[in-house]
Design a protein around this ligand. Structure first.
Ligand code: HEC
Ligand code: HEC
Length: 233
């Protein structure tokens, strides 16, 4: 008998409370956004697993080089498809140590590599090397391209500029591990590097490129940079 009484009371209470419960559910729905935020901020405070190369690339580097290394900003190099050995050498060269300044001088990139371990650098380089390159789409005048083509493949015998092709390959694919691929790179970036080699502000190649470049005129540097951008890997 008692049990039946209890059940009746429970049913009575439930019928009264059900509309309230329904209201509660609605309120919970309205608050669902803030609940989700609470859940994700909890996740953020959990100890983080070491970031993968892809996470670093899309979280830190993408703003300037794009997530897949195909920079669309002509001042920033395209990294996609470049040899991994060359890329990791550059990342290492950007990093200053306690005893030595960075071998390759770039305030932006030195800040970027400051917190990267050698293993991060290796993995990032492998990641970019595996991406398919989307070459520069910026067009140049036919006359400039023609001059650049002659310089790239034959050099300039008069002032002793060697052919770029002898170290960077006839198709601009480079020769790993030492000689970087050039084909399709943004002309603006290439031209900046040629100027930096010329002045000695970039000297992380034991003077190899400096010897090549100091004999080149300004218009030759512009022409060869434009031609390199038009080459297809
Ligand atoms: C704020 C913009 C910016 C960000 C972010 C950035 N870079 Fe760079 N990166 C540059 C610029 C500019 C250069 C060219 C530096 C120079 O003139 O020598 C460069 C050069 C490089 C080079 C040399 C490429 C070559 O062909 O020699 C590598 C490799 C590179 N960046 C990798 C990275 C990686 C990996 C990250 C993320 C950890 C990163 N960058 C983040 C702007 C950026
Ligand atoms: C004797 C061999 C040699 C010749 C010839 C040569 N290069 Fe290079 N070049 C190198 C080496 C080695 C490096 C890599 C330097 C480093 O490790 O940082 C390089 C790097 C470069 C880079 C930097 C690439 C980047 O992504 O930052 C550019 C641009 C370049 N060369 C353009 C040229 C052009 C243009 C010519 C022809 C006028 C030329 N090179 C001829 C050996 C050569």
């Amino acid at each position: 008998m008692n049990i039946i009484k209890v059940i009746t009371v429970v049913i009575a209470v439930l019928t009264m409370v059900t509309p309230l419960l329904a209201e509660d559910t609605n309120t919970a729905d309205d608050n669902s956004n803030s609940e989700n935020t609470a859940v994700s901020s909890e996740a953020n405070t959990a100890p983080a697993a070491p970031a993968t190369a892809q996470e670093i690339a899309s979280g830190v580097c993408a703003g300037c080089h794009n997530a897949d290394g195909n920079s669309i900003i002509p001042a920033n190099p395209i990294l996609a498809g470049q040899h991994a050995e060359y890329l990791s050498k550059q990342l290492l060269d950007f990093k200053a140590t306690e005893n030595e300044p960075a071998k390759r001088n770039s305030p932006v990139m030195s800040a970027m590599v400051a917190t990267l371990s050698q293993d991060d650098m290796k993995k990032l380089s492998e990641y970019y090397a595996q991406q398919k390159m989307i070459p520069s789409q910026i067009e140049a005048e036919a006359k400039l391209l023609e001059t650049g083509k002659i310089l790239y493949h034959g050099g300039n015998i008069e002032n002793g500029v060697p052919a770029c092709a002898s170290c960077h390959g006839p198709k601009g694919a480079g020769i790993p591990p030492r000689y970087p691929a050039l084909a399709g790179q943004h002309a603006e970036y290439t031209h900046t590097q040629l100027s930096l080699f010329n002045t000695g502000d970039r000297a992380n190649d034991n003077g190899v490129m400096q010897k090549v470049i100091t004999r080149m005129s300004g218009s030759e540097k512009r022409a060869v940079s434009a031609y390199i951008a038009s080459m297809r890997p």
